[in-house]
Ligand binder design. Structure first.
Ligand SMILES: [Zn+2]
Length: 454
């Protein structure tokens, strides 16, 4: 194999002229609908301040004909801090996986042990992140009937609501409480993500012993009902539905102008087999449903791609089906799996960038996700010639396995965070540059308009 060209890094010998940029990143980028050579100027704070054909600056990274993409935002991860369920990840290990997978911001879920229902717990959780983050982190607070939503909203990045039981939520809200929570979150101005499965329609899930039985026990009907209970949502609420598996639910949400996500596992895997490792909530669906959701996604009709990274150690996952915990790791492989779909022509790159980078960041109100002035210089360099086979043991989380074992993927070659090189030739070389972030602008209820209109 010929030696791969390395990123060429040069530093000016003389002191920089007044007004010079701190750093220039050169490569090719998708701008105005086509790939073209570009130079990106970055200031001392790691913000993109200039984009041109040619720039002068103090330090220069030249990636040649490498393709520069904005880093992704993953709206849905479980990094298991302060704990629960299990301890198969942490802020430190999770954000390194994010960096290696081209994700510049992860939004961490609040259904931990203990759950994030008070300001004290939120502040304590934020304290655990201090100097341990390879990329940026945003913290959800849990919207529960007893919580002081107004106070939580001053510290949290967004809210999460569960319609069915999960870690930290034994008693999900009933219909009247649900309405109150939607109104309550709407009045805070923060965004709300919902796990929408109506437990009234579950059918003895504790007796399931296969993925197909798990699908029947937590059926698509529960998802449809879970979404129906939320609608019509308060007009000012920035609503987002997590892990949609049903194309009909997707069409309904699109019609109502609400944001929603699909995960790589629901898009790429079906309910065949008895493997406990693929037990997830909501369940993997039968092949025709999966194929239709995949089609909706590749046609650009699913606004957001999110991993629902919920790792468990293999020992725990391999318990008998009823006892095996739900969830799969997926943060490090999310973007690489879909870059491979772009490489072989199943997915337009612009569709992927909208779903993985632009819309999720806009939904949160964080200025990143596009190569644009004012956005964070969280950048990914990709060489589409470089495919790799996913092997769980090569991934960087404590779980050490992947539901996508054996699939081809295009991992980022280099990654920059705030304009600094943190992944070089596929290796993590960074320092803990990640920050805990909160919304920086109020995008309004239509911000994630699934049509992509701004
Ligand atoms: Zn989740």
């Amino acid at each position: 194999m010929p030696a791969r060209p390395r990123a060429r890094r040069t530093r000016g010998a003389a002191p920089p002229p007044v007004g010079a940029l701190a750093r220039i990143v050169a490569g090719r980028a998708l701008l105005a609908g086509r790939l073209q050579p570009v130079e990106i100027g970055i200031d001392d704070d790691g913000t993109i301040v200039q984009i041109a054909r040619s720039l002068r600056g103090e330090e220069r990274f030249d990636f040649g004909d490498g393709i520069l993409l904005p880093a992704a935002t993953d709206l849905h991860v479980h990094l298991r801090e302060p704990g629960g369920p299990g301890a198969a990840d942490s802020f430190a290990t999770g954000t390194v996986q994010a960096a290696l997978g081209g994700v510049g911001l992860v939004a961490d879920m609040p259904n931990t042990d203990p759950p994030v229902t008070t300001v004290d717990r939120l502040v304590a959780k934020r304290g655990r992140a201090d100097r341990r983050l390879a990329v940026d982190l945003l913290l959800y607070a849990l919207a529960t009937p007893g919580a002081n939503l107004e106070r939580l909203a001053r510290e949290a990045g967004a809210f999460k609501l569960y319609e069915s039981p999960t870690t930290g939520v034994d008693e999900p809200p009933g219909p009247a409480e649900l309405r109150g929570l939607l109104e309550g979150v709407a009045s805070t101005g923060l965004a709300l993500a919902v796990h929408a499965e109506d437990p009234a329609l579950f059918r003895a899930p504790e007796t399931a012993t296969s993925l197909e039985a798990w699908d029947h026990a937590r059926p698509v009907a529960a998802e449809r009902s879970g979404v129906a209970r939320l609608l019509p949502a308060p007009p000012s609420l920035r609503l987002h539905i997590a892990h949609v598996t049903d194309p009909e639910v997707a069409r309904r949400l699109r019609g109502e102008g609400h944001s929603f996500e699909a995960t790589p596992h629901h898009l790429l895997l079906n309910h065949a087999g008895a493997s406990t490792t693929r037990k997830v909530n909501p369940p993997l669906r039968e092949e025709p449903v999966r194929a239709e959701l995949y089609h909706e996604f590749t046609e650009g009709r699913v606004p957001v791609l999110a991993s629902d990274h919920a790792p468990h150690l293999l020992n725990d996952k391999e318990r008998p089906f009823p006892k095996a915990p739900s969830g799969v790791p997926g943060l490090e492989t999310m973007l690489p799996l879909w870059l491979e779909e772009c490489r072989h022509g199943s997915l337009p790159l612009a569709t992927l960038l909208a779903a993985a980078c632009d819309r999720p960041a806009r939904w949160l109100g964080v200025p990143m996700g596009r190569i644009a002035v004012g956005h964070r210089a969280h950048l990914v360099v990709v060489e589409f010639r470089e495919r790799r086979t996913i092997r769980g043991r090569d991934l960087h989380g404590p779980a050490g396995w992947s539901p996508f074992e054996g699939r081809s993927a295009v991992f980022p070659r280099h990654v920059l965070h705030y304009g600094e090189l943190v992944v070089e030739d596929g290796e993590y070389v960074g320092r803990p540059l990640g920050r805990v972030v909160r919304p920086e602008y109020a995008p309004g209820a239509g911000a994630t308009d699934p049509t992509g209109a701004r």
